[in-house]
Design a protein around this ligand. Structure first.
Ligand code: ADP
Ligand code: FDM
Ligand code: MG
Length: 214
């Protein structure tokens, strides 16, 4: 019998919602129960494309808005062969941001529509589960000040949140909204339960293609 594939699990949410914290805890928890799992994050700043993106986010360089959008997408596509290989080997991938951040952040800029923003990511490996860590701007503020990177301003983050809400209306994606205002452990319990259920169903279904039928 062919070995069972891993699941593609994505965490999304606004700045300071706890995505990075929860991705790390989830990978540890899965490994502890004998489920092979690895963490990934987008942008992956280690590649050549990722370094261009990183310099842009750190405001060390400027890039035209369409150009940087396409670079974020290219940074996902360049990782697809290794993602598919790992999933086929039965490794569950826990991903900190994906194409949804791509569409939400660029479409929050003036002059961009969400449909155009989604196009370059059509056909990417489709996540089996996307958990949106929901946190109000007031609660996010209690977790510390914004950093100095591009996009880290309260007005822009509010528009991003609205774009995420629009993306979450799409029933072709398996969204779960998680109350990120709970304690780190309670959020983790919630995320782990959803993930273990998803891993069991993903094993028996082929990997899909994101936003393909639209
Ligand atoms: P993100 O990756 O979504 O920006 P992080 O995981 O980096 O968020 O968390 C942002 C900050 O909030 C960190 O200092 C982290 O320790 C803290 N934090 C994360 N989750 C919680 C939580 N549930 N309650 C309180 N603080 C949290
Ligand atoms: N971001 C992230 C985008 O604008 N587009 C994308 O496709 C992705 C994946 O990059 F401001 C933005 C979102 C955030 C920044 O920050 C990455 P972190 O702290 O590395 O998640
Ligand atoms: Mg983070």
């Amino acid at each position: 019998m062919a070995s069972k594939r891993g699941a593609l699990i994505v965490l999304e949410g606004v700045d300071r919602a706890g995505k990075t914290t929860q991705c790390k805890k989830l990978v540890q928890a899965l490994q502890q129960v004998g489920r092979p799992a690895e963490m990934m994050r987008f942008p992956d700043r280690t590649t050549t494309i990722g370094q261009l993106i990183s310099a842009y986010l750190e405001k060390k360089s400027d890039l035209e808005d369409h150009t940087v959008h396409l670079l974020f997408s290219a940074n996902r596509w360049e990782l697809v062969p290794s993602m598919k290989k790992k999933l086929e080997q039965g490794i569950t991938l826990v991903v900190d941001r994906y194409a949804f951040s791509g569409a939400a952040f660029t479409s929050a800029k003036p002059g961009f529509c969400i449909d155009w923003c989604k196009k370059p990511d059509v056909g990417l490996p489709k996540p089996d589960l996307v958990m949106f860590l929901q946190l109000s701007p007031v609660e996010a503020t209690l977790r510390g000040q914004f950093g100095n990177e591009r996009y880290e301003t309260s007005d822009f983050q509010k528009s991003v949140q609205q774009k995420f809400e629009q993306l979450m209306k799409d029933p072709s994606v398996n969204w779960k909204v998680i109350d990120a205002s709970q304690s780190i452990e309670d959020v983790h319990d919630n995320i782990r339960t959803h993930t273990l259920n998803t891993i069991n169903t993903a094993e028996n279904t082929p990997l899909g293609e994101l936003w393909k039928s639209e």
